[in-house]
Design a protein around this ligand. Structure first.
Ligand SMILES: Cc1cc2nc3c(=O)[nH]c(=O)nc-3n(C[C@H](O)[C@H](O)[C@H](O)COP(=O)(O)OP(=O)(O)OC[C@H]3O[C@@H](n4cnc5c(N)ncnc54)[C@H](O)[C@@H]3O)c2cc1C
Length: 413
């Protein structure tokens, strides 16, 4: 049955924009729209409590923090986030500190994703009075190829089907969302890349063992440490794809981390209870173009980048800034005014996003070779991996180029 015609359904509502998904991308778009006085509804399948606690990213690039600040969304972050100025590679049994701030004057911020999501929900719903509906079910997008699209969903509490008519749909529902599937098959392509490796992703109730991000390059596999807060630290361990987290006991995890991150003079790892242990099959994808008709995708809904270089949330924010600003320009400027200026943001949206997306994907592939090359069991790859690493510490030009990609500071993409 056409969900728009179900009997006893509440009367359809009309808003300018329906944002599907309340992750960093959707909440940022929602906040930009609310600040400009554009009416919108954000739909989210999970509860508010759940999204405010879901642990994932931590590293946010400086340009993204500035862009949040410019939109009135960075106050808490700037007060509480840690500033990181260096990362450390461990190979050949030694510590090799890479001080990217000394090279470039730029830094990274570390602010756990749940804190950012909490700030964004509070600002959107409690401060800017935005409409956000949690626990929605069976979201469907309709008629995006017309100028009267709509989104329908089932309300968890009433069980009733609700329809929202709108001018635009922002598809910000992440890697497992539904909006991507609403793009017409013959109008877009999905480019995929599979690294053929797994990462055991861990969160430990323990302070970081170093003040910076650690990359352990080891013949038995990569190990990484990403500080999140004084109490919680994220660790990664390379393992075969599809491995079962149950194979990794507390003792095995810490023994392996200690071995792969060992280096002369390095402090002992601080152990703690493992509060998250999940397997990531490392892969990437990119949807091109990121828009069709009145549907615009943003963030993981449009592109997934394995957390090798900590880029996914940064890309999600980049899309959201472009999409939010473009929708505001279109919806708030007088239709009789310069229509090229009014529409250029939306027309150029996909291309503008994809330039940075592909750049970050390429960097993640490059860094993946560095992380995993020594563990491939091929002496040739071990040799080239170590050559790449040594170059970072012997050639200033190579170091500056790496820092630019790691920090996402290229002048143009
Ligand atoms: C272990 C790990 C570590 C990471 N570390 C980093 C890092 O340090 N730096 C970095 O930049 N990135 C990192 N990332 C990536 C980052 O977490 C994601 O790229 C980011 O969450 C993408 O934001 P998003 O808003 O596009 O999607 P999401 O955060 O996935 O949000 C999508 C939202 O849509 C909701 N949703 C799904 N389906 C529907 C539906 N049908 N209807 C309505 N709502 C729906 C979901 O519940 C979710 O709330 C990491 C990822 C992982 C897994």
């Amino acid at each position: 049955m056409n969900p728009l015609q179900r009997p006893n359904a509440p009367a359809p509502q009309r808003v300018s924009v329906v944002v599907v998904g309340a992750g960093p991308a959707g909440l940022t778009v929602g906040n930009i729209l609310r600040r400009a006085g554009v009416d919108c509804v954000v739909l989210e399948t999970e509860t508010r409590e759940f999204i405010e606690q879901r642990p994932r990213a931590g590293v946010i690039e400086e340009w993204a923090v500035r862009a949040l600040e410019q939109r009135g969304l960075g106050e808490n972050l700037l007060q509480k986030a840690q500033r990181h100025t260096a990362c450390e590679f461990r190979f050949d049994g030694r510590q090799h500190r890479f001080s990217y701030s000394e090279l470039t004057g730029r830094h990274h911020y570390v602010y756990p994703q749940p804190l950012l999501v909490t700030d964004l929900v509070r600002e959107y719903a409690d401060v800017r009075g935005g409409d956000i509906r949690f626990g929605v079910r069976d979201v469907q997008v309709h008629d995006v190829d017309t100028d009267r699209p709509s989104v329908s969903y089932t309300c968890l509490r009433s069980g009733q089907r609700q329809v929202l008519h709108c001018d635009f749909v922002a598809g910000c529902d992440g890697a497992r969302g539904v909006t991507r599937r609403s793009l017409p098959d013959d109008e877009f392509r999905v480019a995929r890349y599979d690294y053929g490796i797994g990462w055991l992703s861990l969160l430990a109730e323990a302070p970081p063992s170093s003040d910076c991000v650690l990359f352990g390059i080891h013949e038995d596999g990569f190990a990484g440490q990403m500080p999140r807060s004084p109490e919680v630290t994220r660790y990664y361990l390379q393992c075969p794809p599809g491995d079962d987290p149950a194979n990794w006991s507390h003792e095995r995890v810490w023994a392996e981390l200690r071995r792969r991150l060992a280096a002369e003079g390095a402090p002992e790892l601080v152990e703690g209870r493992l509060i998250e242990k999940r397997m990531l099959d490392m892969h990437d994808y990119v949807v091109e173009p990121m828009a069709s008709g009145r549907l615009f995708l943003a963030g993981d809904a449009a592109h997934l980048v394995a957390p090798i270089a900590a880029k996914g949330m940064n890309l999600a924010l980049h899309d959201a800034f472009l999409l939010g600003d473009a929708l505001v320009a279109h919806l708030t400027q007088d239709a009789s005014s310069d229509s090229a200026g009014r529409d250029s943001g939306l027309q150029g949206y996909s291309e503008a996003c994809l330039r940075r997306v592909w750049d970050y994907q390429e960097f993640s592939q490059w860094l993946s070779d560095v992380y995993h090359g020594s563990a491939a069991g091929e002496p040739f790859r071990t040799g080239t991996t170590l050559a790449r690493l040594r170059r970072l510490f012997t050639s200033r030009a190579a170091a500056v180029a790496f820092a630019e990609q790691y920090l996402g500071t290229a002048e143009r993409y």
